[in-house]
Design a protein. Structure first.
Length: 244
């Protein structure tokens, strides 16, 4: 557990693999951890339902984390769906746009999420905001970059006159390393089955598929197996299972 002044954290928790790994990371480091999700009119709305399932499973299977895991919050960010014209908020095929970005990019999404999270953290007395953004295995989203996170940390701290820390434990690792990190973190949760218990929870209960497909159970979890999120997750699983 951290010995820094930052003892209480808020995790941006979508119910997916990355945010669940980040939640486990926070539960090993901070005394009290709360979670926040966002309803922004996303096409893969099943992730909102999976959030509560993942949280219940974490409380049930990981005794060392049960008391640290505090309130969950879901915020209405539907304005993002109103202003965005992309494959995550509209029924359209996934493709690369003329500017080189995939049309799964929701402009301003992480900037809005971090601002709302900071406002919530301010009220709840939480000084760390944990986000599962990553520069290594990502789709080129500019709001996932380390420079963006540093800029947001400064802006939020100045604008709210409170020192926030944006913690990004996945920033420099790929999906294979994210699976390994989950396994390592799971060993610290005092669960029967150790690290494998967290892997099994992520595979069975989290949701990352952009199509919102449940019921199509792959070795790495539920999903269509075709969308960019599934392909990234599957490739990471394969590299973790069979490292070169």
């Amino acid at each position: 557990m951290t010995t820094s002044p930052h003892r209480f954290a808020l995790v941006l928790f979508s119910g997916g693999q990355d945010s669940t790994t980040c939640l486990a990371h926070a539960l090993t480091r901070f005394e009290r951890v709360e979670t926040v999700g966002f309803d922004y009119g996303q096409r893969h709305r099943v992730e909102l339902a999976q959030r509560s399932i993942v949280l219940r499973a974490l409380r049930a299977r990981f005794p060392a984390w049960r008391e640290r895991l505090g309130e969950d919050h879901v915020l209405d960010a539907s304005v993002m769906g109103q202003v965005s014209e992309c494959a995550l908020t509209r029924d359209m095929a996934f493709q690369i746009e003329a500017d080189g970005l995939p049309n799964t990019f929701v402009p301003g999404r992480n900037l809005l999420f971090l601002t709302l999270a900071a406002a919530l953290a301010y009220r709840r007395g939480l000084s760390v905001i944990v986000a599962g953004v990553c520069e290594t295995d990502f789709s080129g989203y500019p709001d996932c970059r380390d420079d963006t996170m540093k800029a947001m940390q400064l802006a939020l701290s100045l604008g709210m006159n409170r020192r926030f820390l944006i913690d990004t434990p996945l920033m420099w690792i790929d999906k294979a390393a994210t699976w390994q990190l989950a396994h390592t973190l799971g060993q610290q949760g005092d669960a029967e089955g150790g690290g494998q218990a967290l892997i099994e929870l992520i595979v069975e209960h989290t949701h990352t598929c952009y199509e919102g497909a449940r019921g199509q159970r792959q070795a790495w979890g539920h999903g269509c197996g075709r969308c960019p999120a599934c392909q990234l997750r599957a490739a990471g699983w394969a590299r973790w299972q069979h490292p070169r």
